[in-house]
Design a protein around this ligand. Sequence first.
Ligand SMILES: *Cc1c(COP(=O)(O)O)cnc(C)c1O
Length: 417
Amino acid sequence: MSHLAATDPEIAALVVAEEQLQADTLRLIPSENYVSHAVLEATGTVLQNKYSEGYPGKRYYEGQQNIDQVETLAIERAKALFAMDHANVQPYSGSPANLAVYLAFLKPGDTVMGMALPMGGHLTHGWGVSATGTWFRGVQYGVERETGRVDLDKVRDLALAERPKLIFCGGTAVPRTIDFAGYAEIAREVGAVLVADVAHIAGLIAGGAHPSPAGHADVVSTTTHKTLRGPRGAMLLSTEEHAKAIDRAVFPGLQGGPHNHTTAAIAVALKEASGAEFRDYAHQVVANAQALGEQLATRGFELVSGGTDNHLLLIDLSGKDVPGKVAAKALDRAGIVVNYNTVPYDTRKPFDPSGIRIGTPALTSRGIPASEMGTVAEWIDRVVAAAKTGDEETVAKVRTEVKALMDAYPAPGLPVR
Ligand SMILES: *Cc1c(COP(=O)(O)O)cnc(C)c1O
């Protein structure tokens, strides 16, 4: 980074500081990961200098000799990996990708059904504060209070009563397997388009550690930067029937020129995700999350839905008498990075909720095995207890222990110093 350091030492220093932070801390935010050097290199290329409005072979700018090939590689790899007829790799991120889906299938005021945000759904599934909940009529399903899981019979009843044109399944704090076939049956019954938003679990699907929405969902929406371990970006995959509507919605409907450097990095990530090593990674992510869940449960932590089938754990801290935000901030001081999160039927406010959300994608990318999850659970236990009593000595001690484990498992994509 010698050029960056010479031109802008302030930004260069902050990048170096962030590298150090990502190296030294146990990153448990389930939507985050470490990308490979190859993905980072593709992101930082001159491909970003090029304007390419349109699609391969049908551009509005000349000079696409290389870019068309880059995007075609990304498209073909996406289709093959997710077994879908069609792929659009241009959405700037997950939220714009979902907005493009609305543009493809709905008119303002039409009804969309998705999981409520406080139940684990995403803002873009028709939640009130999002454009998707103000320009469209959002109706929302949730999880059961006792099980922490979706009751598909209730989803069906709501769909029959409200007749949505679009149904979203998937979410951002969902620790359990998504029954794509079950949602597809409901969507067919009411004549809705089914969108599987697999932003969180795309890498698990690619690696065979979660069932695939292919053959069930009309449209699959995903970010590329979570478990899929690619650059910040997104993709929309679909059946042949909806290919044109999706493409028209992304461009010219919603976006201008695609981010070609990101497209290249997506292609690289898709290549990586199609290999045997990534299959092992995806399965290890789940094994680590389940081991961590068991270790936390042993220490009296209450897990929403009682555990996990995927990469994510939602912990209700009400029983520990520590608010989620207080716990998250103490954990951050201890070098353990999580986010505070609403739990279903939370009695506290969204900006000060009862839970924390953690996941294993990033630590698994470092090669940390399931046998270390007892240690991780013990750290969380000690810090949450220390947060309650204001015991900063314990917090500092855990930080040292965390650093030692991180040093033993260097993260991919970071410079060795
Ligand atoms: C992360 C996420 C998104 C949005 O992605 P951004 O890239 O943050 O806009 C959409 N849907 C779900 C389910 C997500 O988890």
